[in-house]
Design a protein around this ligand. Structure first.
Ligand code: TXA
Ligand code: MG
Length: 345
């Protein structure tokens, strides 16, 4: 970014009382700040201040019809932005909040269109991070916040990743270390009879079904139109990413053959794998963690994407996970990053 476009001097501060107060003050003054949540870092502004909200879209370079999530500090505050909170929604709020579940409700009239991308619905969650909760409470307003990355980059899970995307674009980043969950919240539409998962996350289909019974896990095209986030391009790495799906032993063999064929053609390739399989490879190897600990894999995923970009590879091969439980959310992000490129072996 050129010097002329650096509007702010970006300060990174500790998550103590001083930092929280400063963040809340800036929100009240109509500014944008980056703050930690348990999922990923968010880029927050007062959800009723249209001028402040425009600054979020400007900082991210994000299309303004892509709605953002409203973060609240209590279930009472939901009613400041949403109408018709159903019994099913209440059950989910009781069970999963604070936490990585976003619920889509009918919106209140006073919620500005820029928050909801002109939709009649609003997405809301209570984050399970004491710093996020403290800032919302101090600011005294719900905070609208997308992930704090530039449009097209992976969501940031560290303050360093926020700084590398947002330097000069915002004035404050609260650094609370790496995010615990590592991928964005589950988005669940609860406006209809049967709730629909619009974006899978670490609150899984299986977990939701256990609490409320029937849940629709595959949004139809009509329903996808309700979540405009799904129509925009997501992060795709500089390298060409391919997911390799099949029996474990065959996967490693297949990837090794691909990497040596690439090398013979003068291309540098790498692999994203797991602690249990990393010894099968050499060279540019990124382990996502234990394949038996999907929470760990989710937590490491976006840093692995950033690492792959730094390695300047032509191709990256990723070992597929089973598309169930937490594996569904991880596969969803991998599929976006790979532009749905999967090789079945
Ligand atoms: O974990 C998270 O959800 C993080 C942290 C910061 O809370 N936030 C996040 O926000 O991932 P963002 O803006 O990057 O993604 C929000 C997603 C988008 O896919 C958007 O389309 C969807 O939520 N969304 C927002 N409002 C919606 C609405 N009214 N109806 C349907 N989908 C909505
Ligand atoms: Mg995002």
């Amino acid at each position: 970014m050129s010097k002329q476009t650096k509007k702010y001097t970006t300060k990174t501060v500790a998550p103590g009382l001083a930092g929280i107060n400063q963040a809340a003050e800036l929100i009240k003054q109509g500014e944008v700040i980056a703050f930690p949540t348990e999922t990923v870092y968010g880029l927050g502004a007062d959800c009723f201040n249209v001028t402040a909200l425009k600054k979020i879209y400007r900082a991210k370079g994000r299309p303004s019809d892509n709605p953002v999530i409203v973060h609240v500090a209590s279930t009472e505050q939901v009613h400041d932005v949403a109408n018709n909170v159903s019994e099913t929604a209440k059950k989910l709020m009781d069970h999963f909040w604070p936490g990585p579940l976003t619920l889509v409700f009918e919106k209140k009239k006073d919620v500005p269109d820029i928050v909801t991308g002109g939709l009649k619905t609003v997405a809301v969650r209570i984050p399970q991070h004491h710093v996020a909760q403290a800032i919302i409470e101090q600011a005294g307003v719900p905070i609208a916040a997308p992930s704090a990355n530039l449009s097209g980059k992976p969501s940031p899970t560290t303050a360093q990743a926020v700084l590398s995307d947002m330097d000069g674009k915002i004035s404050l980043i609260i650094d609370s270390g790496p995010c615990e969950v590592g991928i964005e919240s589950t988005v669940l539409d609860v406006t209809g009879k049967i709730p629909i998962i619009l974006r899978p996350g670490m609150v899984t289909y299986e977990m939701l079904s256990e609490v409320i019974g029937q849940v629709d896990r595959k949004a139809s095209d009509d329903e996808k139109a309700k979540s405009p986030g799904t129509k925009y391009s997501h992060y795709s790495p500089n390298a060409n990413l391919t997911i390799i799906h099949g029996p474990q032993a065959a996967i490693s063999r297949h990837i090794l053959i691909k990497i040596s064929a690439d090398a013979a053609a003068g291309n540098k390739s790498g692999v994203m794998c797991y602690d249990q399989t990393k010894r099968n490879y050499s060279g540019s190897v990124i382990s996502l963690g234990s394949q038996y600990n999907l929470k760990e894999v989710a937590k490491n995923l976006y840093e692995a994407f950033r690492k792959a970009d730094e390695m300047a590879l032509t191709n990256v091969y990723v070992e597929a996970l089973d598309d169930k439980n937490e594996g569904s959310a991880i596969m969803n992000r991998l599929m976006h990053a790979a532009n749905n490129q999967v090789e079945e072996i």
